[in-house]
Design a protein around this ligand. Structure first.
Ligand code: AHR
Length: 359
């Protein structure tokens, strides 16, 4: 790995800049933990624009970063890719080698091996699923290349195989969703009613799926009148979300709540609900909630289709850059870094919030 020397000024600037991440609590093998519900996406974008150059673009001495991205399955993912591409620029002192794995773990493993062959300075992975990474991470370790995890977690027995992880607290997102549903039903005078739910899950085995499902399951235990009729994967895509919802509607004629494990699945589910002659949203037959809080979810809430969306912040480029800068400076980094997240529903001034939204 190339050694870079950073000025005292840069180190001081870095110490001041990282405001969006909660400190680690040492729970490296799970999809969730404690974090405060505060959203700051506009600030994150500014951080990327203001980032101090890390390598030396003029002399060509750039820090090479290989990013093994999941794919392009959702609006969230597009925003995440854009966050990396706009952060890891030559102007900022980096050379980014970007790989889109098309939601396939084997493609990500190939990409990591290719990064090792190319002797990159850092490998960043947003793992498709949590398990099955030990061998390739050992290979990176043997090659002396630090690995940083972003967005989703890996379930590895030896946490020295990666330097740090930064992402959303998926269990907490699921629990926030469950609490919101309980409060909403209570406000509607339906707190004691028998409530039938279905879940359109994300990619099975992905941290975002595992954590959100677990968080909702924790809340289901608190409400004996809630029944989860069915759960099927919509692969985090709009097309599969629609397909799964169509099949749910054929199997069950009394669905009260649809939990979609990302916004894009909800857009598909809403199309399926309307095509079946039913309605959804605050004035409709079916309550629809989802995760991510992308701009299109605000538009869907404003249109009266989606009830609520639970935030998952995708702007990890500047956060990973800060980790790299600290490692370059020989500083220690928190192993687990949760990003603060919030939620949004139709009781809020969504037009105003949307105007400020960065993704
Ligand atoms: O891992 C984050 C999840 O992945 C987002 O919720 C989803 O939209 C994406 O595909």
């Amino acid at each position: 790995m190339k050694k870079k020397v950073l000025s005292a000024l840069l180190i001081a600037a870095m110490a001041l800049s990282m405001t969006a991440c909660g400190s680690g609590n040492g729970d490296s093998g799970s999809s969730g933990g404690d974090s405060a519900p505060v959203s700051d996406d506009a600030e994150d974008t500014e951080d990327a624009e203001d980032a101090e150059p890390a390598g030396d673009a003029d002399s060509g001495d750039l820090i090479t970063v290989g990013y093994a991205q999941v794919g392009a399955e959702s609006d969230w993912r597009t925003a995440n890719t854009e966050s990396f591409k706009s952060t890891f620029t030559e102007e900022n002192g980096y050379k980014l080698i970007f790989d889109d794995a098309q939601q396939k773990q084997e493609n990500q493993i190939k990409a990591i091996r290719s990064f090792i062959q190319q002797e990159v300075d850092y490998i960043v992975v947003a793992p498709v699923v949590e398990t099955g990474w030990e061998t390739v991470l050992e290979e990176a370790k043997e090659a002396g290349i630090p690995v940083i995890l972003s967005d989703r977690m890996m379930d590895v027995s030896d946490d020295s195989l990666f330097e740090a992880w930064v992402g959303g607290n998926f269990v907490q997102e699921g629990e926030t969703c469950g609490d919101w549903i309980a409060e909403y039903l209570e406000d509607q005078g339906r707190g004691d009613e028998e409530i039938n739910m279905v879940t359109i899950q994300g990619t099975i085995g992905a941290s975002a799926q595992v954590g959100r499902t677990e968080g909702m399951a924790n809340k289901l235990k608190e409400h004996s009148n809630w029944k989860m009729l069915d759960m099927q994967s919509g692969e985090f895509t709009q097309a599969k979300g629609q397909e799964v919802m169509e099949s749910f509607l054929k199997s069950y004629d009394d669905i009260d709540v649809v939990i979609c494990e990302n916004d894009n699945e909800a857009f598909g589910a809403i199309d399926a609900i309307k095509a079946a002659g039913k309605s959804c949203g605050p004035d409709g037959d079916i309550i629809v909630v989802s995760f991510d809080s992308v701009k299109a979810a605000f538009e869907s809430m404003i249109a009266g289709d989606l009830n609520a969306t639970f935030e998952c912040n995708p702007l990890h480029g500047p956060r990973v850059a800060e980790i790299i800068q600290k490692l370059e400076a020989g500083e220690s980094v928190d192993k687990i870094q949760y990003v603060d997240e919030s939620y949004f529903d139709t009781s809020m001034d969504l037009e105003s919030i949307l105007e400020e939204r960065a993704y």
